[in-house]
Design a protein around this ligand. Structure first.
Ligand SMILES: [Cu+2]
Length: 310
């Protein structure tokens, strides 16, 4: 029964299908009746709030989803170096009108680069390089990535700053946990949100409440927050109540095989499984997944050119 319920819940939270919302409501309802899913799978803390049960179920479903999966056996000695370029004449980013209003101008234009005062959707450099594209690899079905030891621990934190009136960087990728065949294990990487501006900023996003909680806080000047996230298959979209044009995206992965393109459109991914078929995905906020292809990478350097357009 418990198992059945948790499996039903897996439909709610793992699959982003048309019925997601319907399923989710049903599960929330069922959970309020007190269906327990946790004891065998999580240390039982004695808390019985629905949120706790739900979270336990969510942890469980993530396991059941990967249950039966086997590690991908391969040498990890491929490197992918690539570039994403704009196909055609790139759009000219519009000026953000609100930034120039008297009540915002003094704060928002102070020290801001020009690019942080225009629509950040398409950031294309002079040579056509497209920034803020997210590239990632997916393992074959029924497999999970068997990571190099060095990739299981991360000492680098991901910083999201608000130095004036834009999120910098506009798109971040975090790798907080990996799957060890049995459970998700912390890598040590978290998201550090900081407000380095001399005035307050609001930061908000909507999580599903299970995998990741929603966030809505106003940070004073110099205030910061450390956020531990859980991998999910859609990005969290960042917004702001104070400066309503501020936007950004947080991608959260359970493996290190991902990158956000730099200002010149380049990216690189290391320790990639060699000679096995993987799926390479390219995402841009205006296009969602614009590239999705099964590819095999050889030992050493592999170069890749991707094109994207509006
Ligand atoms: Cu702000």
């Amino acid at each position: 029964m418990t198992r059945g319920f948790c499996l039903a819940l897996s439909t709610c939270f793992c699959h982003r299908e048309p019925y997601t919302f319907h399923w989710r409501s049903a599960c929330l309802f069922a959970t309020q009746w007190g269906f327990p899913c946790s004891p065998p799978f999580l240390p039982f803390t004695g808390r019985s709030a629905p949120g706790f049960w739900l979270r336990s179920c969510a942890e469980f479903h993530c396991r059941t989803q990967t249950e039966g999966k086997t590690p991908l056996k391969a040498n990890l000695d491929s490197v992918i170096s690539g570039k994403v370029t704009y196909d055609g004449d790139p759009p000219i980013p519009k000026i953000i009108e609100a930034i120039n209003k008297p009540q915002n101008r003094g704060r928002c234009l102070n020290g801001a680069a020009k690019r942080d005062t225009v629509d950040p959707t398409w950031r294309v450099d002079k040579k056509g390089g497209v920034a803020n594209v997210v590239i990632w690899l997916e393992p074959p079905a029924e497999k999970y990535f068997n990571l190099a030891e060095a990739d299981k621990k991360r000492n680098d934190i991901v910083i999201l700053d608000m130095p004036h009136c834009a999120f910098v960087p506009h798109v971040v990728a975090v790798f907080p946990k990996y799957f060890d065949g049995n459970k998700l294990v912390n890598t040590g990487q978290f998201l550090h949100i900081k407000n380095s501006a001399p005035f307050p900023h609001n930061v908000k996003w909507i999580g599903d409440g299970i995998t990741n909680k929603s966030f809505n806080h106003t940070l004073r000047s110099r205030e910061n927050r450390d956020i531990w996230l859980n991998p999910q298959d859609e990005p969290l979209q960042i917004g702001s109540n104070i400066h309503t044009w501020m936007s950004g995206f947080i991608w959260i992965f359970d493996n290190p095989y991902n990158a956000v393109t730099k200002d010149d459109g380049t990216f690189s991914i290391r320790n990639v499984p060699t000679d096995v078929e993987l799926t390479l995905v390219g995402w841009h906020e205006a296009k969602q997944k614009f590239f999705q292809k099964k590819m095999t990478f050889k030992k050493g350097d592999n170069t890749l050119e991707l094109k994207v357009s509006k």
